[in-house]
Ligand binder design. Structure first.
Ligand SMILES: C[S@@+](CC[C@H](N)C(=O)[O-])C[C@H]1O[C@@H](n2cnc3c(N)ncnc32)[C@H](O)[C@@H]1O
Length: 194
């Protein structure tokens, strides 16, 4: 039984997305689901627009980059691993074999996405640097949670991020969800407000 006004609009609360067969990995659905969750559909044409600039840290083989390219964005794909050849043939992707924790964009970008498997605190600190420097307008990143005390870990990361942004005078909206396509991880979305 569910009550009107207190239930998901989705059947069973699950956002079922069709796997795009040209995408190089199933991870692609995590970023698509994140956009459905965090960006209202009527804002996609402004906030996920053709010609925007994005960086994908930990990009290989390219499932997340595929989503950015499908929206017509230019993407810096940062990963030592190989990227999908068909995706590279789009001409919209620059593959850089660099360390995502130290790489800096050559100019301000629209989107940062990051799916690197590392300590949540390390990933959060890196994204925090991007946001404090205003290197991107919006970010989607995953916090991988193989540890036992997951809630504590996520809370520590998010409250630290919020405090640092506020200390730096950066106004931002921070949201975090455990998505249907997430496994032992959660997805965080941050949008700078000015
Ligand atoms: C879970 S996979 C990413 C999958 C990708 N999002 C997709 O949809 O196909 C994590 C990737 O992070 C990369 N990685 C790990 N440490 C990295 C680092 N310091 N800098 C850049 N990439 C890193 C790995 O090589 C791996 O390809």
């Amino acid at each position: 039984m569910s009550f009107p006004g207190n239930r998901s609009e989705l059947p069973g609360g699950i956002r079922r997305l069709r796997f795009p067969h040209a995408a190089p990995s199933r991870s692609t659905l995590k970023l698509e689901e994140a956009w459905h969750e965090f960006v209202p559909r009527d804002q996609w044409d402004d906030r996920l627009a053709e010609g925007m600039q994005a960086a994908d840290l930990g990009a290989a083989p390219g499932g997340w980059t595929w989503q950015l390219v499908a929206r017509g964005m230019n993407v810096f794909a940062i990963d030592n691993g190989p990227m999908d050849k068909a995706l590279m043939a789009s001409g919209l992707v620059e593959h850089l074999r660099e360390d995502g924790f130290v790489w800096q964009p050559p100019e301000r970008l629209d989107w940062l996405v990051c799916d690197i498997v590392d300590k949540p605190s390390r990933v959060t600190a890196m994204v925090q640097r991007w946001l404090v420097q205003r290197w991107c307008r919006e970010a989607v990143f995953n916090l991988k949670l193989p540890m036992k005390r997951r809630w504590e870990e996520v809370s520590r990361c998010l409250s630290g991020l919020e405090a640092s942004l506020s200390e730096a005078g950066v106004r931002a909206e921070i949201r975090c969800r455990h998505l249907y396509h997430d496994r032992e991880e959660v997805t965080v979305h941050v949008r700078l407000l000015d």
